[in-house]
Design a protein. Sequence first.
Length: 259
Amino acid sequence: MIRFHIAHAFTVSSRHTSTRAALNLQNSIVTARAIGDSSSSFTRRSRHTGTTLVKAIDFHQEVSSWLETSQIPFQDITIQQSPYKILGLGLGQDEEGFFAVGLHIIPTPTNLSSCMQPNLFKKLTDDATLPFKTLIHLHQDVWKNKKEIVQARISAKVNRVNHRWYARKTIPKRIDITTTIDFLETHHLWGATRSKFNYGLFSNDELVAVGTFSPRRHVQRGVSSRPYRSHELIRYCAKRDGHVIGGITKLVSSSQFNA
């Protein structure tokens, strides 16, 4: 028996009433300790805070300008829990009072005093009072380093994709490591990593999705259970300007791990 363990590329959580996934575009969160209360420290803190606010405004304007250029409607939402605004994407709140997507704009901290609380993102994700079905924490450094991928992911969240492929119409093939790395570095937010088995889905000889798997592991849970072979799905992504419907299922079900 072969079982699969999927390594999620993003932290996803849900609420009781309505399905609400939170996409955390950066796992590592900077923590900081409070600085002293001396007058000199206060002066430095005030100056740094002003710099941080300027950067926050610039980043907010940059994302807003891209949304306007892409003709994605949005509204500025101010909440008490965060010093930074959230952009509510979509034509407006639905009948239940929710925006389709909330884009939490987070500038890169410039000093210790501008760092956010390490558990703030989890609190916002779990906050059922916020009017967003999906909350995306968008960090400025991720936007800067992986802008095209991030923009494609955001567009996909509001159903703005250029291509759709159905997995049943694709052909799965094993691919070499060079092809795998090139595809993941271009289309996956986290890039490529080491893997044992690499497979792709092809549509008319065009590579549209890639999945990578770990070496085989023999796992036995419990003394009386029968051992089984386990492979971890390490990376999966489709082309950043499209979506493969049923892609993961097709790759997992058609992959052969005999090597």
